[in-house]
Structures are given as structure tokens and as C-alpha cells.
Write a protein that binds this ligand. Structure first.
Ligand code: RUQ
Ligand code: CUA
Length: 612
């Protein structure tokens, strides 16, 4: 069926109506016996541990949630873009510096580091849609070790994050097009002076840290989701776009006028080469390549009906795109795509980029159901697409291109996360459907429902919901990795050469230079050395605190009453704390993290002598 232009507003109406209707009227059915039995398949008894870690984005909480699968127990919250007093993140100098004055972030899509297309358990990368940043979490310590940005020239990088198959790059593209270089231009110059951009961050294989390497200047569209190619398509990356209409207002109507938007196929190896060949201009200190001027880097593939998700199959051959307003997913054949660009089988150009002939690269249209958003993969060629409007997950098969099974989840799902789902060899077994709009599945906590997640057993022919859990706002995407791939450390190494670390009481010291007081201290079961710090009002105070308890979980906190300071020092770690003693008086400091039977004794005094 060919759908005319009238379809868009009608479809939008239907979607909005369904969503509004379901919010108002949906009351979950009481748990069935079947439901009760199903949970047993996901039950992890005391003394046993989960099979998988799931790393879920925390959305505008700016955090990452670590969840055990199949139990769905939340094991840890890792603060990334926002402060967290539970772990003292955002009070010590290192984390303060990383946060760079921003107090929150909008964390959407986590990406685990990969080796040969397999999760390798080293690092986790995440994007910040709010402030154009990227961050890296070291999975040895489950702590944020780098925040990069704000990165110039991109704005609201929703079209992220993924890493290339050997974690060479972490890529992110603009959701909002803006004038490049942070300049001003009025909205009526949108088509000419506004641009989208793709930013490629090079990753240091030893430290996992990122550096902005180069960027591509792209047409002024909204870049939505992305995925890296795999195996045969490993040199490529794919981005969905919407608003190729270039609307600047009333996007819900104006950005849905075109029958198709595009999938942007980027050959990142060629982009890298263009940079080596010096075919770039420097904008805002970044090397920016214009793919309309350098051939072979970027191609457009038409994708129907306001595209959203794009996902590449484990073998790298099939590229699955979903149009939000179409009850189908469109599957492209990477091999046909390569042939098409070799033969220059183009239907024209748009904004200077070649548009590949749709019919030449399309392999299939799979009728999955209403509101398809994202697809995950299992072994043996199965694909699982979330259906936002239908509140379901459809299972279908690559090559057969037809739906084999559907399971209802009890809310409107967005992304889903399959066990090792984004790798070249997914495990199958489990799929978690994350939600976009939650329902009253749990005890009420007032007008706003907790977010929902349901665990689906995908090991058999029929999918089965076997567990569920509420969660804080608001996971968008998650990745699930086999637990034994992650090798956390139990303590930081005793490194006597670490600058400012102190490992013996004899080395503890308080030094003054003008009105700057520096303390080299240590925390040890169950005392702070020193436990008395005397300064003058107005002094700048720097404290280096090393936790010399080299035993797992003997974590100490360092909090100062009324000075708004709370830092955590894990076993073997050194933290730097800095403040101005601007309030005269006596301020106890104490250990804020329970560490032993004598935890309450772990305290001292900050004495601030008033100015005369
Ligand atoms: S997407 S609202 Cu990940 Cu489907 Cu962001
Ligand atoms: Cu140290 Cu509590």
C-alpha cells in the first residue's frame, strides 16, 4: 500500500491518541499464576550471581545504572554527568574538573568497548545530549574516568553512541543543526548556514581515553540514531535522519512531510584518509571534512516515514531501519549498497551528497507492527523489534523477512537490549524491553510512574515475559554483557610514587604557604591522620587523602559539616579536596561511609580561626 501525505497527520493523531488513551485508562492486570511461575525462570537465589551485567543509561539523571540479569536487581548507580553524594562524585577536585561546571547531563546510549566486534569488558562509553559531551567509564572500577567536551560543532548528539569494531572511534552526531563554529545566524538562514555534524573521537587503547579526532560537516537535518557496521561493513557507520524537510518550527507536522528521509552511510576509513590527505578545514579547532567535496565518504539511502532506529545485523550484511510512522522495518543489503555505489546507481543528489537508488539497495520490508523503533539480534538470524504503539516486541527472521512471534509488554517500549546484542555473536537467551512511556506496574508513587523494564526469555520459539522491575528515570538504551567478561579490581594498587599519596603516619603533614594550607593525610581503619586541621578564616585549603586500608570494601568517606563537602576514598585511592575556609568556627569532619564497628569514631575537627 502506498500511503499518501494525509497519512502523516492521521498517523500522528493515532499515535498520540493511543498514547494519551493508554496513559489515562491503562490499569495493569493482576499478576497471573502464569506470571508468578514465569518469574522462577529469572530467579537468582541468594548466594548465586547474575549471568549478565546490563548497563542502562539513566537519561537526564546523568547516570548509568548497572543491573544484574536475569534477576533485574540494580547493583550500582554510576554517576557520570551529575553529582552523586553516595559516592562523593562531584566534590573531589578530579570529578569537579571533569564535570566542568555542568550539574547534569542527558545520557542516552551506552556503548561497551569491543575487540573484533565482541564486547571486551574494558570500557563503557556514553553520550550527553544536553551538553555535547562524551564520557568513559572504566569497568575495572565502575567509575567515570573521563568526560570529554563540550565538543565543538555538534549540538545534542543523540545520534550516538557506538564504537567501531575495535574501539578505534567513538562516534556521535548532531540532533540539532546549528551554525557551525558557535556562530549566530537567524533561523531563516537555516538551510544555508546551519549544519549537522558527526564527531569522531579517537580512543587510546591503553587508557580508553578519547580525543576529538575529526568531524564531518553534514546537511542541516536531525541525526537520530546510529550503529557501526560489523565484519563486511566494518569500515562503515550508519545514521538515521529526520527533518530533511529542514523545518525550524512545528516539527511534529513539518518534519514529517517527506515520504522518505535518509539513512546516511559513512565510510569512516575514507574520512580518516581525507584527514591524512589534509582535505579539511579547521572549525573551532577541529579538523572538519566536507563530504560533498571529498568523494566516497557519505551516501544517502532513502528510508521511509520519519526514521528512528538503525541496527546492523551481527554479520554486518543487513541494515535495519525503522520509520516511526510506518508499520514496517526496511532492510537494506550492504552488498547491494556497495554494488550500487560502485556503479554509481544514484537517483540524484541531495545537498551535494549522492542518493543511492532505493530499490537497488532495499532487500525487504518486514511488516512488524505499529510504531517500530529499535531492533536487536539473537543468534541464528533472529531479530527483535520493539513496537512503541503496539506495546509489543516482534520476533522475525533475517532472510525470511517475516514475523514469527510477538509478545506484549505492559508499556510502550523504546529500545531493547539483548544479551551481547550489539556484537558479532549475540547470545540470545534474554532481551530486556526498556520503556518510553511507563504504566502503573508497581506500587503507586504518585502522579509519575516509575519507569518499566520487562525481561523476555527469547531462548524458545515463543517469547515469554519472565521478570520485571521498576527503575528511576529514565533508561533509554542499555547493553548487556556476559558477566565473566568484566574484571573489576578489588582495591587500588598501593602506588607509593602516586603524587601526593601518603602511606605512613610519619609522612602525614600540614604545610602552610602564605594563606594556602596543604594537608597530606590518610584514612585508616578507624582514624583520619591528621584529625585536627587548624586554619585561618579565608585560607585556601587543599587536602590530599589516601585510604591505606588495602582491603576490599573498606571505603572511607570524608565529609565536613556545613562546608558542603563529601568525598569518597576507595581502598588504596588518593583524593584531592579543595575549598576556601570562609566560615569561621569549629566544623567536625567525619567518615561518611560506614567502614567498621568504630565508624562513628572516625572523625576530626576543622578549626577555622576568625579574622580579627
Ligand atoms: S531513542 S528519546 Cu534512544 Cu529511541 Cu532517544
Ligand atoms: Cu571510615 Cu566510616
Amino acid at each position: 500500500m502506498k500511503l499518501g501525505k494525509w497519512y502523516v497527520p492521521v498517523a500522528l493523531g493515532v499515535i498520540l491518541g493511543l498514547v494519551a488513551g493508554s496513559i489515562v485508562s491503562y490499569v495493569s492486570p493482576a499478576p497471573t499464576t502464569e506470571g508468578e511461575q514465569a518469574v522462577s525462570g529469572a530467579f537468582v537465589p541468594p548466594g548465586k550471581k547474575d549471568e549478565y551485567y546490563m548497563f542502562a543509561s539513566g537519561g537526564h539523571s546523568g547516570q548509568v545504572y548497572v543491573i544484574g540479569i536475569p534477576s533485574m536487581r540494580r547493583i550500582r548507580t554510576i554517576p557520570v554527568f551529575s553529582r552523586d553524594s553516595a559516592t562523593g562524585y562531584g566534590w573531589d577536585e578530579e570529578s569537579k574538573k571533569m564535570l566542568g561546571g555542568y550539574t547534569w547531563g542527558d545520557l542516552h546510549h551506552p556503548a561497551l568497548s569491543e575487540t573484533d566486534g565482541e564486547y571486551d569488558g574494558r570500557f563503557l562509553y556514553v553520550n550527553d545530549n544536553a551538553n555535547n559531551r562524551a564520557a568513559m567509564i572504566d569497568l575495572k572500577t565502575f567509575t567515570t574516568k573521563q568526560i570529554l567536551g563540550p565538543i565543538p560543532n555538534i549540538m545534542g548528539p543523540h545520534s550516538a553512541a557506538f564504537v567501531t569494531p575495535n574501539t578505534e572511534y567513538f562516534m556521535m552526531a548532531t540532533r540539532f543543526s546549528v551554525p557551525m563554529g558557535g556562530k549566530y545566524a537567524p533561523l531563516d538562514k537555516y538551510s544555508k548556514e546551519y549544519h549537522g555534524a558527526l564527531s569522531a573521537q579517537k580512543i587510546d587503547q591503553k587508557t580508553g581515553k578519547m580525543k576529538v579526532a575529526w568531524q564531518l560537516k553534514l546537511p542541516p537535518w536531525n541525526y537520530d540514531l546510529s550503529d557501526a557496521g560489523k565484519k563486511i561493513s566494518g569500515d562503515w557507520a550508519f545514521f538515521t535522519t529526520y527533518n530533511t524537510e529542514e523545518a525550524t518550527e512545528l516539527l511534529e507536522i513539518n518534519a514529517s512531510a517527506n515520504e522518505t528521509d535518509y539513512l546516511v552511510a559513512i565510510n569512516w576509513k575514507k574520512a580518516e584518509q581525507a584527514v591524512k590527505d589534509k582535505k579539511f578545514e579547521v572549525i573551532n579547532g577541529v579538523k572538519v571534512v566536507d563530504p560533498t567535496k571529498v568523494k566516497g565518504i557519505a551516501y544517502l539511502i532513502p528510508l521511509p516515514k520519519s526514521p528512528h532506529g538503525v541496527d546492523v545485523s551481527p554479520d554486518g550484511r543487513w541494515i535495519v531501519g525503522s520509520g516511526k510512522l510506518d508499520p514496517t522495518v526496511t532492510v537494506y543489503d550492504f552488498k547491494k549498497f556497495i554494488k550500487a555505489i560502485e556503479k554509481e546507481d544514484f537517483s540524484g543528489t541531495k545537498k551535494g551528497l549522492p542518493v543511492v537508488n532505493f530499490e537497488s539497495v532495499k532487500e525487504a520490508t518486514v511488516k512488524v507492527g505499529l510504531g517500530p523503533l529499535h531492533t536487536q539480534f539473537g543468534p541464528d538470524g533472529y531479530a527483535y523489534t520493539t513496537l512503541f504503539v503496539e506495546s509489543a516486541v516482534a520476533k522475525w527472521k533475517l532472510g525470511e523477512w517475516k514475523v514469527l512471534d510477538k509478545v506484549t509488554v505492559h508499556y510502550s517500549p523504546g529500545h531493547s537490549s539483548a544479551a551481547e546484542g550489539d556484537t558479532v555473536s549475540p547470545d540470545g537467551k534474554y532481551l530486556v524491553a526498556l520503556n518510553k512511556l511507563s504504566k502503573d506496574r508497581h506500587l503507586s508513587v504518585g502522579p509519575s510512574h516509575p519507569e518499566n523494564m520487562q525481561l523476555i526469555d527469547i531462548s524458545g520459539d515463543k517469547m515469554k515475559v519472565i521478570n520485571e522491575a521498576p527503575i528511576d528515570p529514565e533508561p533509554h538504551y542499555a547493553q548487556m554483557v556476559k558477566a565473566d567478561k568484566i574484571k573489576p579490581i578489588l582495591k587500588y594498587e598501593k602506588d607509593e610514587k602516586r603524587p601526593h599519596s601518603v602511606w605512613k603516619k610519619e609522612d602525614v603533614r600540614i604545610e602552610r604557604e602564605g594563606n594556602h594550607v596543604t594537608v597530606h593525610g590518610l584514612a585508616v581503619w578507624t582514624r583520619f591522620y591528621p584529625d585536627k586541621i587548624e586554619v585561618n578564616e579565608g585560607d585556601k585549603v587543599t587536602i590530599y587523602l589516601t585510604n591505606i586500608d588495602l582491603d576490599q570494601d573498606i571505603t572511607h568517606g570524608f565529609a565536613i559539616n556545613l562546608y558542603d563537602i563529601d568525598v569518597e576514598v576507595q581502598p588504596g585511592e588518593t583524593k584531592k579536596i579543595e575549598f576556601v575556609a570562609d566560615k569561621p568556627g569549629v566544623y567536625p569532619f567525619y567518615c561518611s561511609n560506614f567502614c567498621s564497628a568504630l565508624h562513628q569514631e572516625m572523625q576530626g575537627y576543622l578549626l577555622v580561626k576568625p579574622k580579627k
